[in-house]
Design a binder for this molecule. Structure first.
Ligand code: 5AD
Length: 347
């Protein structure tokens, strides 16, 4: 198994069978060796720098009905909200003063925000904060829409592929959603010129080691600039309410493998990881992650953007907790930097 880690670290690839074997027989005794190798790669490329992204959750209306997600359209108990342009610009102002140089506009797939509204928002943010990167995370859109967002000035786009296996994708999503459409959108975003992020949940219902290996191979092949992963966490008002959550251990393992597969990738230690374990975010960094995305949304809407139960939005998870987060990062030998934090090709 140790030989596999060495091979992965030197060649940045493993075969499908090796990945499946490695995932199925994950040896906790080797975790520290794996994490050391992953952190060494992160340090070689990014030094001790950890990038922060200010997450603005601007709408929780969603036309989609993903079975795992708390803001799916069938969840009639969700209290819905939308932020105005003014609210969003206020979030950016707060964030800029705190030192954020990347804003992530994240929301459900909400038709109210048509292309015209999204483009106007992008232009406003880029006019006020020209030195900041702007990331969109607003779901699967047409080629034309994505191109309009890019032309309006958006820099990056996050769209998790969720799972690279068609049959598994069907089990997590309603019939009208297709993995092929999701992948097409990812390829479109890349062709348009966005820095693109894909990703998946660890421990989602029905997931096997083979699925995880396929996810890793898809990511390797797609070569995104960013990869977002976190444990699946059940939400009480969804069909998966009684499914078990993904584990801290498997998520950390996946983070380390992704760092070794794509050395330069921008890899967040996500809110979901911080939710299943109070030390999750630090542990993610110590497994090879290099990005943290604190919540910049107005405090009164934070509890409503509930993708899963107990979603953490207090303390170091919140933009106001940045000072504490800085200290925590210093304690593990890292430093939060005031920087857009663009992708560095590590090969
Ligand atoms: N647990 C963990 N992650 C979730 N997401 C949605 N619902 C859940 C859940 N129950 C993730 C999805 C989506 C991202 C915005 O949040 O991967 O792409």
């Amino acid at each position: 198994m140790k030989a596999l880690i060495d091979k992965l670290a030197s060649e940045n690839i493993l075969t499908r069978d090796e990945l499946v074997m490695f995932i199925e027989n994950r040896d906790p005794d080797l975790d520290s060796y794996l994490f050391e190798r992953a952190v060494a790669v992160r340090r070689r490329i990014y030094g001790n720098d950890i990038y922060i992204r200010g997450l603005i959750e601007f709408t929780n209306y969603c036309k989609n009905d993903c079975l795992y997600c708390g803001i799916r359209r069938s969840n009639k108990s969700a209290a819905r909200y939308r932020l105005t342009d003014e609210d969003i610009l206020t979030c950016c102002k707060t964030g800029y003063e705190l030192g954020f140089r990347t804003f992530v506009l994240q929301g459900g797939d909400d038709a109210y925000y048509n292309d015209e509204r999204i483009c106007a928002m992008i232009r406003a943010i880029k006019t006020w904060y020209p030195d900041c990167a702007l990331t969109l995370s607003i779901g699967e859109k047409s080629y034309e829409s994505c191109r309009a967002y890019f032309n309006a000035g958006a820099d990056r786009y996050l769209l998790r592929h969720e799972t690279a296996d068609d049959i598994h994708y069907k089990k997590l999503h309603p019939d009208e959603m297709l993995l092929s459409a999701r992948k097409q959108c990812l390829y479109d975003l890349k062709a348009i010129g966005f820095q693109v992020g894909c990703g998946f949940m660890v421990g989602s219902p029905f997931q096997t080691a083979v699925h995880l290996a396929e996810d890793l191979l898809f990511i390797k092949d797609f070569e995104p600039e960013m990869v977002g992963i976190g444990p699946f966490i059940p939400h009480h008002d969804t069909p998966f309410a009684r499914e078990p959550a993904g584990t801290l251990e498997m998520t950390l393992f996946m983070l380390a493998l992704i760092r070794l597969l794509l050395p330069g990738v921008l890899l967040p230690s996500t809110t979901a990881l911080g939710t299943i374990d109070p030390a999750g975010r630090e542990l993610g960094i110590l497994a090879g992650a290099n990005v943290i995305m604190p919540n910049l949304s107005p405090p009164e809407v934070r509890e409503k953007y509930l993708l899963y139960d107990n979603k953490s939005c207090q303390g170091e998870e919140a933009a106001e907790g940045l000072e504490d987060l800085k200290k925590t990062m210093e304690e593990i030998g890292c430093e939060i930097v005031i920087d857009r934090g663009d992708y560095i090709d590590g090969s």
